[in-house]
Design a binder for this molecule. Structure first.
Ligand code: NAP
Ligand code: MG
Length: 402
């Protein structure tokens, strides 16, 4: 075999939990280290080690991402009451993704991985649609109230010197509900910047949609921030790259997205992104086929699968039963990170390897060798294989390309 591909700068590697932790190691052993002199700075974000380090390891990993620019992350458990018991936790540690996002200040881009034997439910879709979700504020950080009696509800803003500004919400003559939410210009600017730079990076049109006709201050501010940034900083670069920035109302965007063949980035406000990313994932086939990248406005990248730790199959695995975990999104997290590392370091070999590994993975699935999650979706002749076999099948195709 040819010499292993060298790396100069390490990838930040964040290990995780349950079934994805198991395939993480297998992917490295079977598909990566035989071909690459893999250089990583390793952080164990598995729940046991988060407990042991009082979650310091998550903060350290995020800071390492800032230092080196590129990381690859395995799915991790976000603790709830049941997990606190299961893992004997001293605290209900926060979502690692939330912690990392808060430190990197990024936007999450989710995009489906397409294989030609799983047809999207939307006939026109031929190319991936990437959803960019603004992950701060709005209804996710809102104050709510149930109104039980007659009375007046107002928005009150008090300045630091005690001056008040008021806006009537409603004069209630019967019971109802109210909600107050906010966002920050700085956060919207970071979101917009991440979207514009990601669009340039992948050379795809960028759509942004909200409801500025109804929300003349709140949503209009989003629209204005995007438009000003585009006009002042990105217009020339977009024209040079041959891509477009398009603003549309959210309802028009929903109607239009069904008619195009894909290949765009759709930037959404927090709630719209939550809803639309699940719609796009389902319409393209399966959550196991969604990859995800966090891009910070200052150019840090964190690659991961969009799915979780595949807990149900992990329990089967512990009982000694056979599993069939789909590794595509986790492999794409690695190829995304390796390709970006290669791009930043001028390492052509590494970029080519990422392309080959993706091709070998797609070929395997398109040859009809698939995991159980796609059993009912895939067309043509199929053979369902287990968690280890799928990686061996991918490797048997990869080895021929090397
Ligand atoms: P999940 O792990 O994504 O699994 C949901 C269901 O999707 C599974 O039951 C499985 O369906 C299917 N699935 C997902 N990925 C698959 C794959 N690679 N291969 C085959 N099937 C796959 O989500 P969850 O069960 O809600 O959450 C489990 C744990 O993951 C939780 O502790 C949660 O906190 C964590 N989580 C982490 C992240 C992250 O780190 N980014 C994201 C989401 C959830 P079947 O039941 O049909 O097998
Ligand atoms: Mg959701």
């Amino acid at each position: 075999m040819a010499e292993k591909i060298k790396m100069t700068v390490p990838l930040v590697e964040m290990d995780g939990d349950e079934m994805t932790r198991i395939i993480w190691k297998m992917i490295k052993d079977i598909l990566l280290t035989p071909y690459i002199d893999l250089k990583t700075e390793y952080y164990d974000l598995g729940l046991a080690n988060r407990e042991k380090t009082k979650d310091q390891v998550t903060v350290d990993a995020a800071n390492a991402n800032k230092k080196y620019g590129v990381s690859v992350k395995c799915a991790t458990i976000t603790p709830n009451a049941q997990r606190v018991k299961e893992y004997n936790l001293t605290e209900m540690w926060k979502s690692p993704n939330g912690t990392i996002r808060a430190i990197l200040d990024g936007t999450v881009f989710r995009l489906p991985i397409i294989v030609n034997n799983v047809e999207p439910f939307v006939r026109t879709w031929k190319k991936p649609i990437t959803i960019a979700r603004h992950a701060y504020g709005d209804i996710y950080k809102a104050a709510e109230m149930k109104v039980e009696e007659k009375g007046k509800c107002e928005l009150v803003f008090t300045t630091e010197n005690g001056e008040e500004k008021r806006e009537l919400i409603h004069n209630f003559s019967a019971p109802g509900i109210v909600m107050g939410m906010h966002n920050l210009n700085k956060s919207i600017e970071s979101f917009a910047r991440s979207c514009f730079s990601y669009a340039l990076d992948v050379k795809q049109d960028l759509w942004f949609s909200c409801k500025d006709t109804i929300s003349k201050k709140y949503d209009h501010t989003f629209k204005d921030i995007f438009q000003d940034m585009y006009d002042n900083e990105y217009k020339a670069k977009f024209e040079e790259a041959g891509i477009r920035y398009v603003y549309t109302l959210i309802d028009a965007a929903v109607a239009n997205i069904i008619k195009i063949d894909g290949g765009i980035i759709w930037a959404c406000k927090n709630y719209d992104g939550d809803v639309m990313s699940d719609m796009v994932a389902a319409a393209f086939g399966s959550i196991a086929m969604m990859s995800s990248v966090l891009v910070s406005p200052d150019g840090n990248y964190e690659y991961e699968a969009a799915h979780g730790t595949v807990q149900d199959q992990y329990y089967m695995h512990l009982e000694g039963k056979e599993t069939s975990v789909n590794p595509i999104a986790t492999i794409y997290a690695w190829t995304g990170a390796l390709r970006k590392r290669g791009e930043l370091d001028g390492n052509d070999e590494l970029m080519k390897f990422a392309d080959k590994l993706e091709r070998a993975t797609l070929d395997t699935f398109e040859d009809g060798v698939i995991t159980g999650d796609l059993a009912r979706l895939a067309q043509g002749k199929i053979r369902i294989v287990n968690t280890t076999e799928i990686l061996d099948e991918i490797n048997s195709r990869l080895v021929k390309m090397m």
